[in-house]
Design a protein around this ligand. Structure first.
Ligand code: DQA
Length: 144
């Protein structure tokens, strides 16, 4: 099994950006944690981060035929991107949406997610552990 882990804009600024919301750990720390979760779950993986919507769309398209599932934190594109939703629909791979923060309890505009219209599961407000839940779901639950 091979999972694609996608992270959207500004997640590369973890540790610097709004630490009261996103914590003090860096993006490198997140990648190390994801690596550990994937190893424990026994799955191959690739992690990709981009600040560009088009790059994320292209990466999702390229996953077709090469990956078995997608874990995606679309970051701000969650709330705006029909293009990312359409790319997920186009490739048809099982996908889980992750948000570090509890988007439902923040500003009104964060409550709607285009990606949720496709994702089988959404995990919010659990910090790095949300990625673990998503990976475990795809490896041992959904794709057993
Ligand atoms: C986020 C929540 C989004 O609303 C925000 O734009 C982000 C990060 C999260 O992980 O909590 O950049 O996806």
């Amino acid at each position: 099994m091979r999972l694609l882990i996608l992270n959207g804009p500004n997640l590369n600024m973890l540790g610097i950006r709004e630490p009261d919301i996103y914590g003090h750990e860096s993006y490198a720390d997140l990648c190390r944690a994801i690596e550990g979760y994937c190893r424990q779950a026994g799955t191959d993986f690739e992690i990709f981060q981009s600040n560009s919507e088009g790059d994320l769309v292209t990466k999702i398209q390229e996953a077709y035929g090469h990956f078995d599932g997608i874990v995606i934190n679309p970051a701000a594109y969650t709330h705006t991107s029909v293009a990312i939703l359409d790319a997920l629909k186009a490739v048809g791979l099982p996908a889980v949406e992750v948000h570090l923060s509890d988007v439902q309890s923040r500003e009104e505009f964060r409550r709607f997610s285009y990606v949720s219209l496709y994702a089988e599961k959404t995990v919010t407000g659990k910090g790095f552990a949300g990625y673990e839940e998503a990976i475990r779901y795809l490896v041992s639950g959904r794709l057993k």
